[in-house]
Structure formats: structure tokens, C-alpha cells
Design a protein around this ligand. Structure first.
Ligand SMILES: Cc1ncc(COP(=O)(O)O)c(C=O)c1O
Length: 454
């Protein structure tokens, strides 16, 4: 046998080995998917409609208001905001929490419930547990917003701060549940939670007939599962679009894998959406009902928060603003000219984080700019720079100059500025005029990795 033929024979053998391996992998994947689907608990539309009846004693219908005209110009859509951030604890999570608590047995009520939550589910359980006289324990990750931690305590819940992220807090909560015979209420995957969240979809359709789409933020996927179940049962032609942060795209990962899979997540302004693995029941319920899922950048989440403050005069947290962020980022061109409902599903944001979001929103909008120029260190050098900024109508927020580290001419000084401009066009004029006169390094406050540029 020639060398050629022996190598082609071994290549063929390797090829068939590879083919066999691929086949085995595919079979394993199919088996895993079948196993996962067998374990899933199903939620039916009847569960949602009975939940709507069950929770209406304490959860009022929230407003569905047309947006400010400015939003139409910015997004090309007719946007209607469903204002669940106006509920007592500031989020839609009350819907599922009250439904789940009211469905507990007498013994479960006596022993109490436990949950892991970055905040909104914890708040909702704490508030309604207090109302229904059911003891509530919540485990919150160490980076949970301070405001949410404090409010949970005020509602009388036992709060345990443990876990780098919600996945770790969940492990702790499960152990405590077992040890103390508490009922664990998963904030996005318990069937009673999913049914409760679905009541938002029923309300939207009750209030408005002619809508084209609903754009729903995704964390563990309980909200989108319930809303999609309600909407596709009553009005299947209405599009349901999911939104998740680029840094916590666990639903997109689940779609790719064909089942929920844990992923590494980064920190995001939408802390409520930072869930490393979507719920199995929620994913099963949502995946054939949701038309499309998009991922939004941090920049547009910050911009959405800013737009909501400036145009709608409302304060909404990152997770609650994610739907609008997707509209602003232009991720759904098929919705141009359509009537779109965007739930503003949570308003619990720390005041310090709100401040940072507004600054980042201004930077993303080209209204807060940062640059460095080298000017003459002779008398009048900085005055000339200031005069140029005045002439252009640019307001100085911060100015700093230094000589020691400048390697060029000793009669030069480096000046770093943060300035306010009207819009991107105004910022571009400033950039051009500075570049005509000075050596210039130009940058907004942060690059895409949020590192300081200057
Ligand atoms: C404000 C806000 N919006 C949306 C969501 C997403 O809900 P789900 O985890 O059911 O996908 C959350 C989750 O906590 C949230 O806090």
C-alpha cells in the first residue's frame, strides 16, 4: 500500500470516528432536552385568568399611557407605557408573589416562605407576606441595591445577604428551606409566579385592542412567559418581543442550546435582569410563544433611563427601562410605525445609581463630552480655550490642567475638560473647532468597556 493510500485510509477512519462522535453528541443533546421537558411544570391560560381574579383584591390595574410625542420621533413607534412601577413595592413582581402566597396550603402559610432575589421579588413577597400574615425570609446577593434591602426589612421580612450573584443566593435559600421546612418560591420559575406575571398581559389586552407588539424585559423569563401565554392565547397576531442585557443574555443562550443553560454574566445597570440561567418552566412556556429576543447595550439602558426622566418625568430602574432601550437602539425595525406596548416594570433604583445612569445617558447622548488639549502655558493660553468654549456655547463642568507629565515643549500645558453640549451635532462642532487649534484627544466619558478614556 502506498503512503498516500495509507494516510487517506487513516483520514477516512478519523473522519468516521468524528462522524460517530457527532452523532453521539447529537443523541445526547436530544436525550437531555427530552429529560428537561419531562421535568417541566406546565402553566395554562386558565392559571393566568384565575390569578387575575385572585390578586385583584390588593393589586390594582396599572395605567397604560401613551408616551410623550418625543418618543415617537426617537423610536419611530407609537409607544404605550404599562406602568407597573407604580405598584406599592415598585414592580410587577407583586402579581406573581400575591398569587403564589394565596395558593399556599394552611401548613405552608404557617411555616413561611423563602426566596432568593436581587430585590423586586423579595420586596413583593415581603409586602404581601406581611399583608397575608405569612412569614417571609429572603436571601439577597451581596450587590443587591441598598434601597431594596432596606425596604424589604421595613416590610418585616428576614433578610440574609449572601452570594456573589443570584445563583449563589439561590443555593443558600434552598438549603435554609430544607433545614427549616420553608416553601421556596422561585421568583421567575414557580408556575404560580408565571401565572401571576401573566396577568399583566391580560390587563394590556383588556385596556387596548389594537396593539401590534409588546416588548418585555427578560431576567429569569417568568414575566415574558406569563405575558406571552396570555397574549398568544387571546391575540396570537400580537408580537411578543423579549429584551435582555448584552451582559446577561441567558435567554439567548438557552435558545441556542435548546434548553436553559447557566452562563457567566457581567454586572449590568439592569440588575433585576442579571439572572445566570433562565427558569426551565418559564423557558418552556415562553419559547414557542415569543417571536424574537434582542440584547441591549448598557449605553442604551442608561439612555432609556435618561429619556424617561426627561420626557415622561418618571424614575424607572435599569430592568424596567430595558424595553425602551431596545426601541431606542433600533433593534426592532419591523416595529416602525406600529403601536407598541412597553412595560415599565420596575422603579426601584438607588439614587446614586440613578445619578450615574443619568451621567452615562448624557455621555451616550453626546451631551457630556470629555477631551484633552495641549495649550500654550504663556499668559492667556487657557483663557483662549475658555473663550472658544464660550463662543460655542459649551458649558464647562470640570477643568484640570497639568505640566509635570507633558513631554513636549515646556511652555505648554495639558488641559482636560468635561463639558456639557446641547446634542451630538453641537459636540461634533466643538470637536472640529478644537482639532483645528490644538493637539486633541477626544472621548466621551467611557469606552465600551466602561474604562476611562482620558
Ligand atoms: C424591573 C424588572 N423587570 C423585569 C424583570 C424580569 O422578570 P423575570 O425575571 O420574570 O424575567 C425583573 C426581574 O426581577 C425586574 O426586576
Amino acid at each position: 500500500m502506498s503512503d498516500d493510500s495509507s494516510s487517506s485510509a487513516s483520514a477516512a477512519a478519523a473522519g468516521s470516528d468524528h462522524g460517530l462522535q457527532q452523532q453521539q453528541q447529537q443523541q445526547q443533546q436530544v436525550q437531555e432536552q427530552q429529560q428537561w421537558q419531562q421535568q417541566v411544570e406546565h402553566v395554562a391560560f386558565e392559571d393566568v385568568s384565575t390569578a387575575a381574579f385572585r390578586i385583584r383584591d390588593k393589586i390594582p390595574r396599572t395605567a397604560l399611557d401613551k408616551s410623550h410625542d418625543g418618543m415617537v420621533a426617537m423610536t419611530g413607534m407609537e409607544i404605550w407605557f404599562k406602568k407597573d412601577f407604580l405598584l406599592q413595592t415598585g414592580s410587577f413582581k407583586e402579581r406573581g408573589a400575591r398569587n403564589a402566597l394565596k395558593l399556599l396550603s394552611a401548613e405552608q402559610r404557617r411555616n413561611g416562605v423563602i426566596a432568593a432575589s436581587a430585590g423586586n421579588h423579595a420586596l413583593a413577597l415581603a409586602y404581601h407576606g406581611n399583608d397575608l400574615k405569612i412569614p417571609v425570609t429572603v436571601v439577597m446577593p451581596i450587590h443587591a441595591p441598598l434601597m431594596k434591602v432596606a425596604k424589604c426589612k421595613n416590610f418585616g421580612a428576614t433578610v440574609i445577604i449572601k452570594g456573589e450573584h443570584i445563583g449563589e443566593s439561590k443555593d443558600v435559600a434552598m438549603q435554609i428551606a430544607k433545614a427549616h421546612n420553608l416553601t421556596y418560591v422561585n421568583g421567575y420559575d414557580h408556575p404560580h409566579i408565571i401565572a401571576g406575571q401573566g396577568t399583566m398581559g391580560v390587563e394590556i389586552l383588556n385596556e387596548m385592542e389594537n396593539i401590534d407588539a409588546v416588548v418585555v424585559p427578560i431576567g429569569g423569563a417568568g414575566l415574558i412567559a406569563g405575558v406571552a401565554l396570555a397574549i398568544k392565547t387571546i391575540r396570537p397576531e400580537v408580537m411578543v418581543i423579549g429584551v435582555e442585557p448584552e451582559r446577561a443574555a441567558s435567554y439567548t443562550a438557552a435558545l441556542k442550546a435548546g434548553k436553559p443553560v447557566p452562563i457567566e454574566i457581567g454586572s449590568t445597570l439592569a440588575d433585576g435582569l442579571a439572572v445566570p440561567c433562565v427558569g426551565a418552566n418559564a423557558f418552556h412556556c415562553a419559547r414557542n410563544r415569543v417571536d424574537k429576543v434582542v440584547t441591549v447595550s448598557e449605553k442604551y439602558i442608561a439612555l432609556a433611563i435618561l429619556r424617561l426622566v426627561e420626557l415622561e418625568k418618571v424614575v424607572v430602574e435599569g430592568g424596567g427601562a430595558a424595553g425602551l432601550a431596545a426601541c431606542l437602539q433600533g433593534l426592532m425595525p419591523e416595529l416602525r410605525g406600529k403601536r407598541v406596548v412597553v412595560p415599565l416594570c420596575g422603579g426601584n433604583i438607588d439614587t446614586t445609581v440613578l445619578g450615574r445612569c443619568i451621567e452615562r445617558g448624557l455621555a451616550a447622548d453626546g451631551r457630556l463630552c470629555r477631551f484633552m488639549v495641549v495649550v500654550s502655558d504663556r499668559p492667556g493660553g487657557i483663557a483662549k480655550l475658555a473663550a472658544l468654549l464660550t463662543e460655542l456655547g459649551v458649558s464647562i463642568k470640570d477643568i484640570f490642567h497639568e505640566r509635570a507629565w507633558l513631554e513636549s515643549d515646556v511652555f505648554s500645558v495639558q488641559v482636560r475638560c468635561v463639558v456639557e453640549t446641547r446634542d451630538q451635532e453641537h459636540a461634533e462642532i466643538l470637536r472640529q473647532r478644537l482639532a483645528e487649534r490644538y493637539p486633541l484627544v477626544w472621548g466621551t466619558l467611557h469606552d465600551t468597556n466602561n474604562a476611562l478614556l482620558l
